[in-house]
Design a protein around this ligand. Structure first.
Ligand SMILES: [Mn+2]
Length: 335
């Protein structure tokens, strides 16, 4: 793989020239957000730097097994005095949530390390590798550039994000380079079976109960398969929006090339919003629809959050997904 070495070096030298470094990843953090955030912390510590790790949301229960997870602070504890802000796995500034405060932080150099093709290049240094399957894969190369060995807690954190973002090395962007990075992390002591068991193969019963509630209303039309989950359904089984991790399972349907889930929730201002998650089979691309709707992501997996009623948002978005699907079929690369 050809890396953007110029911007990799730019980020590496920004790190070398800083001491107090605020590391941040995205709201509603997933395994790659947490893995890259904690991994960055371990890289900086082994360089003798002083990292502060911050997230808008708490570390999800299923990722608290990772070394260093207990040191992540919330937005209320983020100060204003840092030499550098290192932003991981976030495609736009709003993805940092309330950790990033324009008034306090705009004058601080901001290094962006991300693999989303939809990244808006909002940093003072931007290293974006859409060819990488995970931000954690990029941190393998960053560690190399900074001569930090891929061992111990660092290896465990970076393998976790690589495993979760590739759904266990199954997404269409799982390249030989991904496998090579993962292999080096395993050689450094990270356990693939243990990480897989802790992340992909682990879910609370409330999640399975929620599937039972929403799957009877699953719909399939024109190559797109989708489900909706109302706030009442979530409440009935005591589930959070993050519990409905069904999009990746739905896209396994033989009859579909694109899947979507639509989850109703209230945002922080009490307004009703719908969280939309999309998946695509290899050869199909859902990132365009997500980006058009103000979200982001990757060709095989993307999403957005929209204001409005569940039914009206669902029908508007499904129409866009169907149109994208038809256009991609017409482009002729598909059977
Ligand atoms: Mn990621």
């Amino acid at each position: 793989m050809k890396l953007d070495t110029e911007n990799l070096k730019r980020v590496a030298s920004a790190i070398e020239g800083a001491d107090n470094i605020l590391c941040v990843s995205h709201v509603a953090p997933d395994g790659d957000a947490i893995g890259s955030l904690l991994g960055a912390g371990w890289i900086l510590r082994s360089l003798g730097k002083t990292p502060t790790l911050a997230l808008h949301d708490p570390v999800p229960e299923g990722l608290r097994f990772l070394p260093g997870a207990g040191q992540v602070i919330g937005p209320q504890d983020v100060g204003a005095d840092y030499d550098l802000i290192l932003c991981l796995d976030a495609s736009s500034p709003d993805r940092m949530g309330k950790v990033y405060r324009e008034a306090d932080h705009a004058h601080i150099p901001l290094a962006v390390v991300d693999h989303h093709v939809t990244n808006t290049l909002f940093g003072t240094a931007n290293w974006v590798e859409p060819g990488c399957a995970a931000a954690c894969q990029m941190l393998v190369y960053l560690a190399d550039a900074l001569a930090v060995p891929l061992t111990g807690p660092l290896a465990e954190c970076l393998l976790t994000g690589t495993v979760t973002d590739t759904l266990g090395f199954r997404t269409s962007n799982t390249s030989a380079d991904v496998m090579e990075a993962a292999m080096r992390l395993m050689r450094g002591g990270a356990s693939l079976p243990e990480i897989t068991a802790q992340t992909l193969n682990r879910r609370p019963v409330r999640e399975l109960k929620l599937w039972g509630l929403v799957l009877p209303n699953m719909q399939l039309s024109d190559g797109v398969i989708w489900v909706t989950a109302s706030r009442a359904q979530l409440a009935a089984v005591g589930a959070e929006p993050a519990d409905l991790r069904l999009a990746s399972i739905l896209v396994s349907a033989v009859e579909a090339n694109i899947s979507a889930t639509f989850i109703e929730r209230l945002d922080e201002d009490g307004e009703q919003v719908v969280e939309c998650s999309f998946r695509a089979k290899p050869g199909f691309d859902v990132s365009g629809v997500a980006f058009e709707l103000g979200g982001g992501g990757h060709p095989p997996a993307s999403g957005c959050t929209l204001p409005g009623e569940l039914e009206e948002v669902t029908s508007m978005v499904v129409a866009k997904l169907k149109a994208a699907h038809a256009a991609q079929v017409a482009a002729g690369k598909h059977p």
